[in-house]
Each structure stands twice: as C-alpha cells, then as structure tokens.
Design a protein around this ligand. Structure first.
Ligand code: ATP
Length: 234
C-alpha cells in the first residue's frame, strides 16, 4: 500500500496556478524523485505535502487525509521537509540547529542517541558542534539541514534540491547518504533539477512540467527516455 498519495492536487499563488492537478504516489521504502525545470512546481508539491501551501484535491498519508494540515502536524506524523536552499539557522550552532529538529522529543537520552546517529552519517557535524551554522560550507550546511530533519526520526524524508550549488564530490556524498538512509528503511521523496543523479538512485520518478505530471516511470527507464534525455539530461 502506498504511504503517500496525491490525487488531483491544485495550488495557487494569487492568480498563478502552480499545481494544476498533480497525482502521484510514494510507497513505503521507495526513493521517488520528482524532476523538472525551474518553476515547474517541484517545490510547491513538497510544500503542499508538508502543509506550507493551501491545496485543493486529496493528499493521504498512511491512509489519513493530510491535505491542508499545518506543518507542525505533518511533522508530528513523521513527514520531514528539507527545504531548498538549506534553511538552517545561521546564527545558531550546529548543536542548536540539531536540537531544533528534535523539538518534540523530551528524553535527553533519546536526543543524544539520535544525535549520535546523525554523526554516523555526517561525522563533520560532530567536529563542528559548537560552530555557527552560517560559517560552514554549503555542503556542510546541507548536511546540517538533513541532519536536523533526521533528529525528528521521520518516516518520509522530503528533500528539495539537496544538490543545489554544491561541488560534484559533495553531491556524490549526499546522494550516497540518501541511498543509505533508504536502505535502512526510510522512504524518500527527492525533488531535483539534477535529473541524472536523482534517477540513478531512485526507484521511480515523475516528471513535472508547468504544474502537471507529464511522465512517470521506473528510474532507470526514465533515464533512457528520449524526452527526458533531451529536456533534462542534455
Ligand atoms: P525551482 O526549482 O525554481 O524552485 P520549482 O519547480 O520548485 O522551481 P515552484 O517553486 O514550485 O517551482 O514554482 C512553481 C510556480 O509557482 C512558478 O511559476 C513560480 O514562479 C510560482 N511561485 C512559487 N512560489 C511563489 C510565491 N511565493 N508567490 C508567487 N508565485 C510563486
């Protein structure tokens, strides 16, 4: 059974219809990628799931209707959203940023365990615990943004362009960790302009164009699809 199902989801910003009726599904244990060019509606799709934009249509998660639930509630249900541009708190330390991700956890012990877990993926964060987030490199900030999301131990991790603006070697590392998290059971919804990288690790993918899904398929199939190659892999 799918964990997340969107049916005919529409969203507007004033007069602009950013989503014109998106339907897609993510099954537990999958990595699903949503690819598309600038302004296609990728970020808006994630925002509509996490509750940052109002929608029409149906969004169910674990069978429960979550359309238009506010972000603090979707987050409590186990949906984590790592936004585009890695919005960490630049003036707070790495540790403080991570603690914010565990705001709902009361037991100190649990927080410590989760933090150790995050360090196992991102050892650099442990070395930089007392450093201010804003002084770190782009790659480290992306790791912190993902680490913060992991502190909430999400069931569904949604990542908005984690590769943006990062050196290829760092992108490689981040995608490896995404695969690892998935192998350990986490369900992933990955939004990317970097279609090549995303399709390589994804089980399935959707292509979005001006607010509509125009293509869907198994990751490896999409990678060799002519339309995808021309538009996104050139
Ligand atoms: P990008 O990679 O550039 O973020 P995207 O595929 O994520 O692209 P969205 O950010 O979802 O695209 O934007 C979809 C459409 O909605 C675009 O036409 C965009 O200009 C518009 N849009 C997005 N956010 C707003 C906003 N806050 N106010 C008005 N229009 C917006």
């Amino acid at each position: 059974m799918p964990l997340l199902v969107l049916e005919n989801v529409k969203a507007n910003y004033g007069g602009i219809q950013a989503l014109k009726g998106i339907s897609m599904a993510v099954t537990e244990g999958e990595i699903v990628t949503l690819i598309g060019s600038n302004g296609a509606g990728k970020s808006t799709t994630l925002k509509s799931i996490s509750g940052q934009v109002k929608v029409n249509g149906s969004i169910t998660y674990g069978g429960q209707n979550i359309a238009n639930l506010p972000p603090h509630q979707t987050s409590r249900l186990g949906i984590a959203h790592v936004p585009e541009g890695r919005r960490i708190f630049p003036k707070l330390t790495v540790k403080e940023n991570l603690l914010i991700g565990a705001f709902a956890v009361k037991q100190k012990r649990t927080i410590e365990e989760r933090m150790e877990r995050v360090f196992s993926y991102f050892p650099k964060l442990k070395e930089r615990l007392d450093q201010k987030g804003g002084t770190m490199s782009g790659g480290e900030q992306q790791m912190l943004a993902i680490g913060r999301a992991l502190m909430g131990r999400p069931k569904l991790l949604m990542l908005d362009e984690p590769s943006m603006g990062l050196a290829p070697i760092v992108v490689e590392q981040i995608f490896e960790i995404i695969s690892e998290l998935n192998q350990e059971g986490m369900t992933i919804l990955l939004v990317e302009q970097n279609a090549y990288q995303a399709l390589q690790i994804a089980d399935r993918g959707y292509v979005i164009q001006t607010g509509e899904i125009v293509l869907e398929g198994v990751g490896k199939e999409l990678m060799v699809n002519e339309q995808v190659q021309e538009a996104y892999l050139a």
